[in-house]
Design a protein around this ligand. Structure first.
Ligand SMILES: Cc1cc2nc3c(=O)[nH]c(=O)nc-3n(C[C@H](O)[C@H](O)[C@H](O)COP(=O)(O)OP(=O)(O)OC[C@H]3O[C@@H](n4cnc5c(N)ncnc54)[C@H](O)[C@@H]3O)c2cc1C
Length: 614
């Protein structure tokens, strides 16, 4: 055994020491907030908190995952390993490759096929499940971030002269938008814009802005890639807005399989003039997609237009006349989100309601968020919570407080909810995004239909028969959501009472328009999503998520989010959750006949592989 000479780092403050340091603050806070007769002032509490925080040695106090140190905004690749941002998913592929062009990507896929290796693309590692992992080659896609340019286009870039007559204008960097920039009509001024799949939402938004363009909708964070957003059906909130993938009009797919038109199938196919050895690149669109097959020509990319491959959703919902009985509030505001307190007080759960609308000039408006239903937090708590967003180390403190004083959790959750009350203004991404709060926690999301299924398939058992096909999506219903919320609330109570395990955040409730992508959580029905959030580093958090998914899906028929899940779902439920799973599998077989793109995550989902065909 060696000896330690020189200065050794002092060890972390122990939990016992911390508990002592915070005890006085906690006692006073309890009195201040729960005893109406308390004479303790905000200033005294602030002083107590300052004293409690002084001299704490933080390192090692928060529960960490083994391997990579986390959490952070970007995934890590080192020593041949890849890890998602939270560090709960790690993969040790045979090879990590970082192509920067279509040509490089095609040779990567060709080499995987030649060596009979599995291959999988990853984006920014913002999924909590093992979807972005590979036992063979792992394609790190951040180098594929080119956007459409007028001069110096990227390989395979779509050009305005390829488009069908009457299509929306295709804008590239270096182009001018065909409207007067001072004439602000965001809902009328729409255009197409092309990028490669590895560009992050942040990079894309920043490149769109000087062109006087913006994304129609985004999720709560912008570090993810466009392809990552699309693969998991990432969504924002607003019943008139589908998930991000539903806005994509044309996809380029690189595969080692070959798509063959089935006789009798309605399809436009314009083969690549040169092609690449052992690999096929397809530009995939619906039959009447944006590209004109008579005008399209590309050396490497085959145009493939077929409703078998990508179906446009013909029926739109809800209509302005509102025959489906949607609540006014959902139709009146572009974005609506609720934050729901999972803890009951006097038999009630507090809810903060947030709405956002398009505003003429962000800097001159009177505010764009109006929250109701809960009062504001005391000013100093608001300040503290604002500072949390600025200082990453404060997340550590929050987690420690949760872990030290679990019974204070409902109070902290209620503070977090109240901190949302107030008016904010700014560009859309300044209001809709979590920003630095992004890695403060993690989430599991369950998705419920808010439209009745008018024609239930007798073969699908309840509660899974709540999911309609697009043509069977009927009147507005909150029945499924309510029963979901009820069972979640009961679960929260049970976990607190029996194991002292607390949910450490309010839950986000959002609304999303349906879409036609067979395996999207929004397939067939407008939906309500419930996000179960947890503060990062709190004890038992991932187990809790896992359990929630496990029970709730079977009991309520909810779909799980493809990225925001901890694999607590029972995979045999997939055929019940997605009525068009068989059609998806048939499509997948055309694009991935040799199952080159399977990994441990997809192969444990029965129904996804061709071999699962009955
Ligand atoms: C802080 C945070 C906030 C979030 N907010 C929201 C939200 O508001 N709404 C919501 O719906 N979701 C949200 N999510 C979930 C997140 O958007 C999804 O999990 C998304 O898929 C992550 O994108 P990514 O680029 O990190 O992809 P990854 O997590 O790296 O990969 C996700 C999937 O995409 C595949 N993939 C990635 N790139 C490619 C490619 N080029 N070609 C083929 N396949 C590819 C991967 O193989 C994998 O299956 C959030 C997640 C976090 C961590």
């Amino acid at each position: 055994m060696g000896t330690c000479s020189g200065t050794c780092a002092s060890s972390a403050t122990t939990h016992e020491e911390l508990r002592e340091k915070f005890a006085s603050f906690y006692d006073k806070a309890k009195q201040h907030f729960h005893d109406p007769k308390s004479s303790i002032t905000d200033d005294e509490l602030k002083q107590e908190l300052r004293q409690a925080l002084a001299g704490v040695r933080w390192e090692g106090l928060v529960q960490r995952n083994s391997g990579f140190y986390c959490s952070r905004h970007t995934p890590v690749t080192q020593y041949g390993m890849w890890s998602n941002i939270m560090g709960n998913v790690q993969s040790c592929p045979l090879q990590i490759v970082k192509p920067t062009s279509l040509e490089e990507l095609t040779s990567v896929v060709a080499s995987a096929a030649e060596r009979r290796l599995q291959i999988k693309a990853v984006g920014s590692g913002h999924s909590y499940c093992h979807a972005p992992t590979s036992p063979g080659m792992l394609v790190e896609t951040h180098g594929l971030k080119a956007v459409g340019k007028r001069h110096a286009p990227f390989q395979g870039q779509l050009q305005p002269h390829h488009l069908r007559h009457g299509s929306l204008p295709l804008i590239r960097e270096g182009d001018k938008v065909p409207w007067d920039k001072s004439d602000y009509k965001p809902t009328e001024h729409s255009a197409l814009f092309e990028s490669q799949g590895g560009v992050t939402i942040e990079e894309l938004v920043k490149q769109l802005e000087p062109l006087d363009l913006a994304l129609i909708n985004i999720g709560g964070a912008w570090w993810q890639t466009v392809a990552g957003y699309c693969s998991t059906s990432t969504h924002g909130t607003g019943i008139s807005l589908g998930p991000f993938c539903s806005e994509v009009k044309s996809w380029v797919i690189v595969t080692s399989s070959e798509w063959k038109v089935i006789p009798g199938q309605k399809a436009n196919v314009v083969p690549a003039t040169r092609g690449s050895k052992g690999v096929n690149c397809y530009r995939v669109e619906p039959f009447d997609g944006i590209t004109d097959p008579k005008k399209f020509e590309d050396p490497y990319i085959t145009l493939l237009q077929s409703d078998e491959v990508q179906e446009e959703l013909k029926t739109q919902a809800p209509s302005p006349e509102n025959p489906n009985g949607y609540p006014d509030m959902l139709l009146k505001h572009r974005h609506v989100e609720f934050l729901w307190d999972p803890y009951e007080r006097d038999g009630e759960h507090a809810v903060a309601q947030m709405t956002w609308d398009i505003i003429p000039q962000p800097t001159s408006c009177d505010g764009n968020i109006a929250s109701a239903g809960v009062e504001c937090v005391p000013e100093f708590i608001g300040e503290l919570l604002d500072r949390i967003e600025e200082c990453q180390f404060l997340y550590t403190i929050t987690a420690i407080i949760f872990n030290l004083f679990p019974s204070a959790t409902p109070w902290l959750v209620s503070m977090a909810l109240k901190s949302q009350v107030g008016e904010r203004r700014g560009t859309y991404y300044n209001m809709l995004l979590l920003h630095t709060a992004e890695n403060a926690g993690f989430a599991s999301e369950l998705v419920f239909p808010v439209q009745q299924n008018t024609q239930k398939d007798a073969k699908i058992p309840s509660p899974f028969n709540c999911w309609p096909l697009p043509r069977n999506a009927g009147l507005w219903t909150l029945e499924n959501v309510q029963s979901g919320i009820k069972t979640i609330a009961a679960d929260v109570k049970l976990r607190v009472n029996t194991g002292g395990q607390f949910v450490t955040s309010p839950m986000g409730i959002r609304f999303v328009k349906r879409c036609s992508n067979y395996l999207s959580m929004m397939y067939g029905s407008d939906v309500c999503t419930i996000e179960l959030d947890m503060a990062y580093g709190t004890w038992g958090a991932t187990d809790l998520m896992h359990q929630f998914e496990f029970h709730r899906i079977r009991e309520s028929g909810a779909r799980f989010h493809w990225g925001l899940n901890f694999e607590g779902f029972e995979s045999d439920l997939l055929p019940w959750l997605y009525p068009r799973l068989g059609d998806f599998r048939a499509q997948k077989k055309m694009f991935d006949g040799d199952e080159r793109f399977h990994n441990n995550f997809t192969s444990r989902l029965p129904g996804l592989a061709a071999r699962d065909e009955k």
